[in-house]
Design a protein. Structure first.
Lengths: 115, 112
């Protein structure tokens, strides 16, 4: 059983469309992170959200942390072919307020953006 | 390039064998983490070292062991390999035990 459930598992869209990826848990997390992984490479950290209700923007990507700190979402506006990849949410398994340390990951969302 | 290096990039071996995966952390990072990524389990935390000492353990099998050396590089040893051990193995490093983790490119292990 995954501590973090991501949906959808697969997303195939056309360039220019908008999309949202969800990361849900029944547990409260001190923070959640979003990573992007390309084939043949390791995950790369995109953002860390720490405060319930927090919204962070990274160019066309908008990340939100739920008020109860049990869920997060990633919204991409006007997707581009370069956004193609595996998107992973992750949270720390440590008790207390640390944002990192040993991480638990969601199963990931494979995003394919077609030209 | 994250600054974390892993060797080898690919490894093909047979069931019952033993292999060693190597990781060099980013310059200055004291903490090293090992993760396993497979299609059915996703990315799973295995073990963490900080400055040569084991700091945290995840779902690491008894057949697997790791260590971090005085020069801070780390090795993950996998023995009595089974078909199900085929996966991508990632190493990550961070400056502190709770710092942002930077992932290496991974080692793809295939057990035949």
């Amino acid at each position: 059983t995954q501590l973090l459930e991501q949906s959808p598992q697969f997303l195939s869209i056309q360039e220019g469309e908008n999309l949202t990826v969800y990361c849900n848990s029944s547990s409260v997390f001190s923070s959640l992170q979003w990573y992007r992984q390309e084939p043949g490479e390791g995950p790369v950290l995109l953002v860390t959200v720490v405060t319930g209700g927090e919204v962070k923007k990274l160019k066309r990507l908008t990340f939100q942390f739920g008020d109860a700190r049990k869920d997060s979402s990633l919204h991409i506006t006007a997707a581009q072919t370069g956004d193609t990849g595996l998107y992973l949410c992750a949270g720390p398994l440590n008790a207390g307020g640390t944002s990192y340390g040993k991480l638990t990951f969601g199963q990931g969302t494979i995003l394919t953006v077609h030209p | 390039d994250s600054g974390v290096t892993q060797t080898p990039k690919h490894l093909i071996t047979a069931t019952g064998q033993r292999v060693t995966l190597r990781c060099s952390p980013r310059s200055g990072d004291l903490s090293v983490y090992w993760y396993q990524q497979s299609l059915d389990q996703g990315l799973q935390f295995l073990i963490q070292y900080y400055n040569g000492e084991e700091r945290a353990k995840g779902n690491i099998l008894e057949r697997f062991s790791a260590q971090q050396f005085p020069d801070l590089h780390s090795e993950l040893n996998l023995s009595s390999l089974e078909l199900g051990d085929s996966a991508l193995y990632f190493c990550a490093s961070s400056a502190s035990p709770w710092g942002e983790q930077f992932f290496g490119p991974g080692t793809r292990l295939t057990v035949l």
